[in-house]
Design a protein. Structure first.
Length: 135
């Protein structure tokens, strides 16, 4: 088996790595964490502009059409930089739920916005009184 990245996958990884390296120094991360939102709106916009928020979505919804490997490459670089942006929560969790379980209208309306980075979503997993017991 050949586990080498394709040229497109390598370019995606390089783009994410370069963005994190150039726009997310550790000192800046500390400032982002202390801000009201707890992350950088500008960095989130850059993720959208570069198409990194579009990686897991189909091209029909403004996405890249990437799979697990492509998503892993982006998330690895975001993790390497200890970025604070809600990529996992918004793109993977919420966007993934809409992609898999949403109606056609919801997919057509919401996924292009998530892919562009102009809409951030969240998934409610717990109730305050549940003590992490989903039943």
């Amino acid at each position: 088996m050949d586990f080498k990245l394709s040229e497109e996958q390598q370019m995606l990884q390089d783009t994410a790595a370069r963005l994190v390296r150039d726009a997310y120094p550790f000192e800046q991360r500390e400032k982002f964490s202390e801000s009201e939102l707890g992350f950088s709106v500008e960095f989130w916009a850059q993720l959208g502009e570069l198409g990194l928020t579009a990686v897991p979505f189909a091209e029909d919804f403004g996405g890249f059409g990437g799979g697990g490997v492509e998503t892993m490459l982006v998330m690895t670089e975001l993790g390497r930089g200890l970025t604070l942006e809600p990529y996992l929560q918004s793109v993977i969790f919420a966007g993934g739920l809409i992609d898999q379980l949403g109606s056609d209208a919801q997919r057509q309306d919401l996924l292009p916005q998530v892919a562009a980075g102009s809409l951030q979503l969240a998934v409610a997993l717990d109730e305050p009184q549940s003590h992490y017991n989903l039943h």
